[in-house]
Design a protein. Structure first.
Length: 334
């Protein structure tokens, strides 16, 4: 199956797809992506113009995805690629966006598989149409079964275990793992890994990640109900910053640590409001996923040999080393 898939992709005719209508795209859609890529262009490849669709499960307002897009735009500018970005947190809607890309005969697709089962049929359609598909960020355990060519991201279970071990070393006894989207495979894997690596007690709290006031009140209420919680673990930088407010509101002495990074989170680590962050390098994920499609189409290359994922994390960002990434975070690339 894998050999057939690669052969089909290699023989596909490169068609410059038009910008498809993404009714469920993020607030800064494909047009802004193209403009951002144009601004970043320097040393552009002389290979024929390609169109690559990047389709994610990003929720509106989550700054993590800005880093993904900046990396993708940088690669697109270098590789003479027209990048079309769209997103929707609903798995069904995300699958429809992938179908739109197939209908527009793009030259390659990069996508996240937070809900792998929802992507299976549409990835198969892309493969049948001769369009190479790479995965990134979510779907580490499923990318090969889905028929993708390559995968770029973090092993979330291993990252979670390392996170849990670090909490134990810091003296934490009772951790609260806050998941902002129930059923999201990467997020669930983080908390599962945390429970495995942490020798203390771990509770899981589900919140509505698209409603930050609700996130704040839900965490606050949990901390007020259980004063034994001495560690809050969030799975995204915006949620860590909200948890800082929740801890204050609850009168709790719990410490905060998080997965993922952004400019504001770097400041919080520098100030000691957040203990540490695990950086999976989203800019690198966006860059590599787009660049890999260019390499595949122009030279038949496979990162990881098409059999192993390319890991972009975890890297622990603490008060001791945060200054080394602060300048890049200030530019919006870490």
């Amino acid at each position: 199956m894998r050999r057939h898939h690669r052969a089909a992709a290699l023989t596909a005719t490169a068609v410059a797809g038009v910008l498809f209508a993404a009714g469920c795209s993020s607030s800064s859609g494909g047009k802004d992506s193209e403009e951002g890529a144009a601004d970043a262009s320097a040393g552009k490849a002389t290979t024929p113009r390609m169109t690559v669709a990047m389709i994610t499960h990003a929720a509106p307002g989550d700054t993590f995805w800005d880093l993904i897009r900046k990396g993708a735009e940088a690669a697109a500018a270098k590789d003479n690629i027209k990048l079309v970005y769209s997103s929707d947190p609903s798995a069904g809607n995300q699958a429809n966006l992938v179908q739109n890309a197939i209908d527009q005969k793009v030259d390659g697709i990069a996508l996240t598989a937070a809900k792998p089962s929802a992507m299976k049929a549409v990835v198969a359609k892309a493969t049948a149409a001769g369009i190479p598909v790479v995965g990134f960020n979510s779907g580490l355990d499923d990318w090969k079964d889905l028929g993708m060519l390559q995968y770029f991201g973090q092993d979330e279970n291993i990252a979670g275990q390392a996170f849990g071990e670090r909490l134990g070393e810091s003296g934490a006894k009772h951790a609260l793992c806050v998941i902002q989207e129930q059923g999201h495979v990467a997020l669930e894997a983080r908390c599962a890994g945390l429970k495995k690596g942490f020798k203390g007690t771990t509770d899981t709290l589900y919140v509505n990640g698209t409603d930050m006031p609700s996130v704040k009140s839900t965490i606050t209420a949990k901390l007020q109900q259980d004063s034994s919680i001495d560690q809050v673990v969030t799975l995204g930088a915006p949620f860590a910053l909200t948890a800082v407010q929740s801890v204050s509101d609850a009168g709790s002495k719990a410490k905060i640590a998080t997965f993922d990074l952004n400019k504001e989170l770097v400041t919080a680590v520098q100030d000691g409001k957040v203990e540490f962050a695990v950086d999976q390098q989203p800019y690198l994920q966006g860059y590599l996923s787009v660049d890999s499609l260019w390499l595949y189409k122009t030279n038949g290359n496979f990162s990881g040999g098409g059999t192993a994922p390319v890991l972009t994390g975890p890297a622990f960002i603490t008060k001791d080393n945060v200054d080394a990434v602060a300048e890049f975070a200030a530019k919006g690339t870490r």
